[in-house]
Design a protein around this ligand. Structure first.
Ligand code: PLP
Ligand code: SF4
Length: 357
């Protein structure tokens, strides 16, 4: 297998089909024969998909692109701290497809299909190519729940990836949501624009057109994901008046160094995309190889402060395991007494207030 491995690694050969099976991964040179029995076992537990545009970005299987999507035998090892439902979605679901944790907003998960399957996915026990499409009846129940809960201002379409829906289905969902009087804002969380940019068709863009505010949050973890086709897909979305934000996961081997984060956030800003959240890895099963300690994450972000445009600064957040919500993890600049702060160089300064003389 070493020869095909070298051709995939060195030549960036153009892929034409989404890679899904262990055999396809071996043939592409992404997985070696030696790891095969274990990779077969991983494939029984967790979905794999590497769409052509994303496969073309992989130079070596352990590079920052390959690591995100190529299964590893390490996924069979569940560490003691890991949880099947790390952020407590299941307990917060009043009806199928809805997750309600905050008063003013709710998630709607119309399907559990993604363009690719992140090896660190927080919903990895649920997502997959044959799972979770809400049928008409289940969707109607979800819409009814949203109509009856007048505190909900914002509906966040997630999954799975809502941009894997057909344009017809997506249009139906957007129309229904937009027709709920108290819902003012729709938010779409997606990895499609950069992972499978060919799916951003005019029909899909038409489907997202609504009289309510539509925002999009695009998942990207490395600057190399910003291919020419991906940037063009983002541009098409923005031309429809949809503001685009970025969300990323802090991942060992992918982006846990200052240069990689700087390049990632600068790539977002250059694509008119505001970095919104940098997520601490959720403790999903078999993902420990990606873990970056919080102190390292805080140090990395502190290294960017002041040196890199403030537009490129995301909020570093932890989704508290068990469903208690997302909270910022710093870095902190103000001292617990609230009477002094550190500047980006680490020098302390008293805070001047009317009472501080
Ligand atoms: C992440 C999440 C949201 C969105 O949180 P924001 O901080 O507004 O981005 C909403 N509901 C649930 C259940 C979530 O997990
Ligand atoms: S795109 Fe999101 S939901 Fe889909 S596999 Fe990746 S992390 Fe999971």
């Amino acid at each position: 297998m070493s020869s095909s491995r070298i051709s995939a690694a060195g030549l960036n050969s153009a892929h034409t089909r989404t890679l899904r099976t262990p055999e396809e991964l071996v043939n592409a040179g992404f997985v070696t024969h030696g790891t095969m029995p274990a990779i077969g076992e991983v494939a029984e537990k967790y979905a794999t998909a590497i769409p052509p545009a994303f496969a073309d970005l992989i130079e070596t299987p352990d590079d920052p692109i390959g690591l995100q999507v190529i299964p590893s035998p390490d996924e069979l090892v569940v560490a003691p701290h890991e949880l099947a439902d790390p952020i407590g979605d299941d307990a917060l679901s009043p009806v199928p497809g809805i997750v309600h944790r905050y008063a003013d907003r709710a998630l709607l998960k119309p399907l559990l299909i993604c363009p690719l399957y992140c090896r660190f996915c927080f919903r990895r026990e649920h997502v997959g190519p044959d799972g979770g499409l809400l049928d008409e009846e289940a969707l109607a129940v979800a819409f009814q729940w949203l109509r009856e809960n007048s505190a909900i201002r914002e509906v966040i379409l997630t999954g799975g990836d809502p941009l894997m829906l057909s344009s017809r289905r997506l249009e139906h969902i957007i129309r229904e949501l937009a027709s709920i009087p108290h819902v003012t804002t729709l938010r779409i969380h997606s990895r499609v624009p950069l992972a499978a940019p060919e799916k951003i068709t005019d029909a899909l863009l038409d489907a997202m057109d609504a009289d309510k505010a539509v925002w999009m949050v695009v998942h990207a973890n490395h600057a190399r994901e910003f291919s020419a086709a991906g940037r063009e897909a983002l541009r098409k979305i923005q031309r429809r008046g949809i503001p685009v934000l970025g969300q990323s996961v802090l991942l060992r081997g992918v982006n846990n160094n200052e240069a990689a984060l700087e390049d990632l956030f600068r790539a977002m800003v250059e694509s008119r995309m505001k970095p919104y959240y940098l997520h601490q890895l959720d403790p999903a099963p078999g993902t420990a190889r990606f873990h970056v300690p919080i102190e390292e994450g805080r140090r990395l972000l502190a290294g960017l402060r002041g040196r890199v445009t403030g537009l490129a600064w995301p909020t570093y957040v932890l989704d508290i395991p068990g469903g208690y919500g997302k909270v910022p993890l710093g870095p902190d600049y103000v001292e617990p007494s609230l009477s002094a702060v550190s500047d980006p160089n680490g020098q302390r300064h008293a805070i001047r207030t009317p009472n501080s003389q």
